[in-house]
Ligand binder design. Structure first.
Ligand SMILES: [Zn+2]
Ligand SMILES: [Zn+2]
Length: 330
């Protein structure tokens, strides 16, 4: 099968991936072999490619926003041809402290799709059956792919921030996750305040009906109940913190940050403000978000790339040149 394979620690951003023919994975018990219909490109893929995250496996095929059809390993629950989604959380050990206490996102021995095992930048991928998410057959695969990480983990960020219906919520840094969080917040009657440096992103946020939109150095005109940061920047976290009311929460939706700058505890954190990170996702997050996305008919804007153009897709995410989410169609 054709696949895009990571060149370990490539120093230039143009050739992180090489396209090659590799053997199709062999089916095994508890797994299903999927024919990949579409695979979204996530900023985490870029962090892996650029060496911001440690190498866990050689000759890795990245990609963790996979829409595929079951071709082997079918069961009564998942017959041949079933359409499923696969996300970042590709498996857990099921018996660590976290798995036993409803926190499988923090599992001590997790499997990360497209990071600790091969992912979806390929024609086929082998995945754990119990970490697949059923998808309606009629949905277009390219429009579902970005929901599977950007959407689910963005939704988890709202949960970690403790968003309540009708609250004022700030989104700091703007990308695929933020665009998918806006309709969810609107359905909860929340006011959405967007702070982002990109003029195109500000225009998109305004078009999506954000209550207020500002540049990166602007401060929302009202104190926020909650904030979610999407940029891999510690400074943005401090900006978000300085926009909160007492008792407010900042959730950091980033697997990697440049660094946290020093900040003044007395004025910014005291008053029971909280900073929380968002790590991975649970299967319940996926089920709940995919249902909401279906009910609200959330259709992300996408830019489609062929597998041969996988490097261009990564570059588009790095440079934020596309308005929509980058999706690879093998
Ligand atoms: Zn576990
Ligand atoms: Zn992701």
């Amino acid at each position: 099968m054709k696949a895009a394979i990571l060149n370990t620690r490539s120093s230039t951003s143009k050739d992180h991936l090489r396209i090659a023919e590799v053997p199709r994975p062999e089916p095994k018990l508890g797994y299903v072999l999927l024919h990949v219909l579409a695979c979204g490109v996530c900023r985490t893929d870029l962090h892996i490619a650029e060496g911001d995250l440690p190498v866990l496996c050689q000759d890795l095929i990245p990609g963790h926003q996979i829409v595929g059809e079951v071709v082997e390993g079918a069961s009564e629950a998942l017959p041949v041809g079933s359409r499923v989604g696969v996300s970042w959380m590709g498996g857990t050990d099921g018996d660590c402290f976290y798995c036993k206490h409803g926190m499988e996102n923090l599992c001590d021995h997790p499997t990360f799709t497209g990071y600790s095992v091969n992912g979806g930048y390929a024609e086929y991928v082998l995945v754990r059956e119990d970490f697949t998410h059923p998808l309606p057959q009629e949905l277009d695969a390219t429009h579902v792919a970005p929901l599977l990480c950007a959407g689910i983990i963005g939704f988890r960020s709202l949960r970690v921030a403790g968003v309540q219906h009708g609250e004022r919520v700030g989104l700091f840094g703007f990308g695929s996750s933020a665009t998918l969080a806006i309709p969810v917040l609107q359905s909860w009657g929340c006011e959405v305040y967007v702070v982002t440096r990109g003029a195109a992103h500000r225009a998109t946020a305004a078009k999506l009906g954000a209550t207020w939109v500002g540049k990166e150095d602007a401060k929302p005109p009202a104190a926020l109940d909650r904030a979610v940061t999407f940029a891999p920047s510690g400074k943005v976290v401090v900006d978000a913190l300085s926009s909160l009311r007492k008792g407010g929460v900042v959730a950091i939706n980033a697997i990697h940050l440049d660094q946290m700058p020093a900040f003044d505890y007395d004025t910014l954190l005291w008053g029971e403000r909280q900073i929380r990170s968002v790590a991975n996702m649970t299967r319940a997050d996926a089920t709940d978000f995919l249902k909401i996305a279906h009910d609200l008919n959330i259709q992300p804007r996408v830019s489609v790339f062929s597998l041969d153009d996988a490097n261009k897709a990564l570059l588009a995410v790095k440079n934020e040149t596309e308005d929509g989410s980058a999706v690879i169609v093998p």
